[in-house]
Design a protein around this ligand. Structure first.
Ligand code: 9MR
Length: 451
């Protein structure tokens, strides 16, 4: 943790010159007593489900990434490391190193692994697209067989075929080397080959824009119904669930999951992320979790990344942890929807706080910052706020709070000195001196977390 030596002292009130203002709000979940705080994984397990995340091998050396992963999640999906271009970049040469890193990390900690993905038109090496039909058929079947056998018995569910249907109203298959050269039968063939390669793995079809009832999901539905009626092996359907304002959580999301489940397959939410922030993002996340819990065969939820910092659409801040790994209101909403409790007890239903930053003084070599923490419409018993600096800035002094630091030394989490309780609407403030070391950048203030 702290790599920095701390000096702390009290100061009299500062004269405030407001030159910067940042406000963030966090909602804290219902607290059920003095037991330890739940995690996403433990709360989901209480409902008989896994709670997973996409993981990138690149970040497994980053301490807060790994600690958040290990604490909160019970399933992982390699974000890119099992795709065709990662594991068989040239024909017949298989490279499993990065994916193995993720698989070993997960299995060593009792997490499940989702395999993603075997047959997909994207991230496909050009040697595959260049093959003629009969060569392509054997390359596809060999790829499925080799990759599945490498992790035989270790993968909970495989996305055997990914995104094979077109967007829009046609209900048609997407053009791809597989579709164009092998015809409609390629999906069935891929599933049959997959069943033979690792009979213990659940075999999923995975797609996006199939989250509500629409032409595309109808086409997938008809395919799954046909597979079930003819005994083609399929165990699950993945609903990616990438949402934003142009593509919000559909009102018939639950009904759509249910109609697939009624065909006799499991349903899984496989790549959930929802662009937005604050309460509206939190509400959408909560709706997704509630929908899954209402469908008996919805066996788990995977979010498409841990932190907004590394999201494939980072600018939309679509995940549960902000770029400083602070829990967002969406996190609390998910935990609450899963029936979990977000603190160690003593919290108040609806507890919330805001954190407002001002630069209160400035000199050539340093500036002072003040953060005012204000309780929302309910009393709170404690709070925490993250303050992230721009390196090589360093904090030299703090007052009116107890700081702790992440391993980078750039992210300070401030908690109260002693009793942190605040009446509804009441405020307190803490302060710090930032040595500029060449950068006058304002700190970024993360979500205020209250309980
Ligand atoms: O998140 C993945 C990103 O890092 C890759 O650059 C991208 C390449 O296609 O794939 C992203 O993951 C996709 C997933 O594999 C399939 N569904 C859509 C996901 C988001 O694009």
């Amino acid at each position: 943790m702290g790599m920095i030596k701390w000096g702390r002292r009290s100061r009299a009130a500062l004269s405030l010159t407001t030159t910067a203002l940042l406000t963030t709000t966090a909602l804290a979940a219902l607290s059920t007593g003095a037991e330890a705080a739940d995690t996403l994984g433990s709360a989901a397990a209480g409902k008989g489900r896994y709670f997973g995340t996409a993981v990138a091998a690149n970040y497994l050396g980053e301490a807060p990434y790994v600690s958040t992963l290990n604490t909160e999640f019970t399933s992982v999906t390699p974000e890119n490391e099992m795709k065709w271009d990662a594991v068989e970049r040239s024909r017949g040469t298989f490279t499993y190193g990065s994916a193995d890193q993720i698989v070993n990390h997960a299995l060593g900690r009792g997490m499940q692994v989702r395999g993603h993905t075997l047959v997909w038109h994207s991230q496909l090496p050009s040697w595959v697209s260049g093959l003629g039909a009969s060569d392509l058929r054997s390359a596809m079947n060999n790829h499925i067989t080799q990759v599945m056998q490498h992790w035989k018995g270790k993968i909970h569910s495989w996305d055997v075929v990914n995104e094979a249907f077109q967007d829009g109203n046609s209900g048609a298959r997407r053009s791809s080397p597989f579709q164009d050269k092998l015809g409609n039968g390629f999906i069935e063939e891929a599933f049959r080959t997959a069943r033979a390669a690792d009979p213990a793995a659940k075999l999923c079809y995975n797609d996006y824009n199939t989250d509500g009832v629409n032409a595309k999901s109808n086409a997938v539905y008809n395919m799954v119904r046909d597979f079930k009626s003819r005994g083609v092996p399929i165990d699950c359907v993945g609903f990616q669930s990438h949402f934003n304002s142009a593509s919000p959580v559909p009102s018939d999301y639950q009904a759509n999951l249910q109609r697939f489940a009624d065909l006799g397959v499991d349903v899984q939410i496989t790549e959930l992320d929802i662009e937005g922030s604050g309460t509206s993002q939190a509400t959408s996340y909560s709706n997704v979790v509630r929908a899954c819990l209402a469908v008996t065969r919805c066996t788990g939820i995977t979010v498409w990344g841990i932190t907004d910092k590394y999201s494939w659409r980072a600018s939309g801040t679509p995940l549960l942890f902000d770029s400083n790994y602070a829990k967002k209101p969406a996190y609390t909403a998910v935990l609450t929807a899963l029936g979990g409790s977000s603190d160690g007890g003593g919290g108040t239903p609806g507890a919330a706080c805001t954190a407002t930053y001002t630069k209160s003084a400035e000199w050539s070599d340093r500036y002072n910052g003040t953060v005012t923490v204000r309780a929302g419409s309910a009393a709170i018993s404690t709070w925490s706020v993250t303050v992230t600096l721009t390196p090589p800035q360093k904090v030299s002094t703090t007052w009116n709070g107890t700081p702790s630091w992440d391993s980078s030394g750039n992210v300070m989490t401030m908690r109260p000195n002693g009793n942190g309780s605040l009446a509804a609407g009441a405020s307190t403030s803490f302060g710090f001196t930032v040595m500029k070391n060449g950068s006058s950048a304002a700190p970024s203030i993360g979500a205020c977390t209250a309980s």
